[in-house]
Design a protein around this ligand. Structure first.
Ligand code: PGA
Length: 248
């Protein structure tokens, strides 16, 4: 992990990449990460987390899970605890993703998962986003209401907040307008700062691709990409186009 990385580039692999595709993507990520100042992070399918951790061993690439149980341990069929994730070397857990909301999870459950993850020393990437476009993009009251709840429940702030407007996510999502995302991110940033979360980075996610990565990346502390970063070629393209060559 690059502990003081100012910027991030990551991908949620959802239930898309199988084993071979996941490992090939991670091999590329390890190569790219070696010469990139950014913190790379990936959330593969739960079943590949342990192998993914081994695959990136010796690099700075962070492997996380797409969620965890709200329970510590015990008779919870089908669930995976934060301690099990820590045991196999995962470093992070993503909570709050829109597709988990669609699966019936609530903010309360996300906060509990975040708490379990934090107790095990795992970093938490917390996704937040509005269902439909905000009337006034300069106003982030809706997102900050969630932040109020999260901050009251968690002792430590999340590692990263991913601003992911629900309407922009996935193949049925709408492409985001840069000006809209810019306003929302600014309003969210101000709100977080007022609440003392100045140091929590925000990344943007939702229909990021090679057509908009260059304009969206500078608006936040980086990008959280889905479909467009699931292949080595896709990841490389997004990575290279958004790489800042500080010394040039
Ligand atoms: P997408 O997914 O880039 O494919 O829209 C983003 C996400 O769900 O995080």
């Amino acid at each position: 992990m690059k502990d003081d990385a100012p910027r991030f580039l990551g991908s949620n692999l959802k239930m898309a990449n199988g084993r071979e595709a996941t490992m090939a993507l991670l091999d590329t990520a390890v190569e790219l990460s070696a010469t990139d100042e950014r913190q790379f992070f990936f959330f593969p399918s739960m079943v590949f987390v342990a192998e993914a951790v081994d695959r990136v061993a010796g690099s700075d690439v962070v492997i996380g899970a797409q969620g965890c149980s709200v329970h510590h341990s015990g008779a919870f069929t089908g669930e995976v605890s934060a301690s099990m994730l820590a045991e196999v070397g995962a470093q992070a857990v993503m909570v709050g993703h829109y597709e988990r909301v669609l699966a019936g999870e609530s903010l309360d459950s996300f906060v509990k998962q975040a708490r379990r993850a934090g107790e095990m020393g795992l970093r938490v990437l917390f996704c937040l986003g509005e269902q439909s476009k905000a009337q006034d993009p300069h106003d982030a009251t809706d997102l900050l209401r969630d932040i109020e709840f999260i901050s009251a429940e968690l002792h430590t702030p999340p590692w990263v907040i991913a601003y992911e407007p629900h309407w922009a996510i996935g193949e049925h999502g709408q492409r985001p307008q840069t000006s809209y995302v810019k306003s929302r991110l600014e309003a969210l940033r101000n709100g977080l700062n007022e609440r003392g979360w100045n140091s929590v980075p925000i990344v943007y996610g939702g229909s990021v691709d090679t057509g908009n990565a260059l304009s969206l990346d500078p608006l936040a502390s980086g990008l959280f990409v889905g479909r467009a970063a699931w292949t080595p070629e896709g990841l490389t393209a997004i990575c290279e186009m958004t790489q800042r060559k500080e010394k040039e």
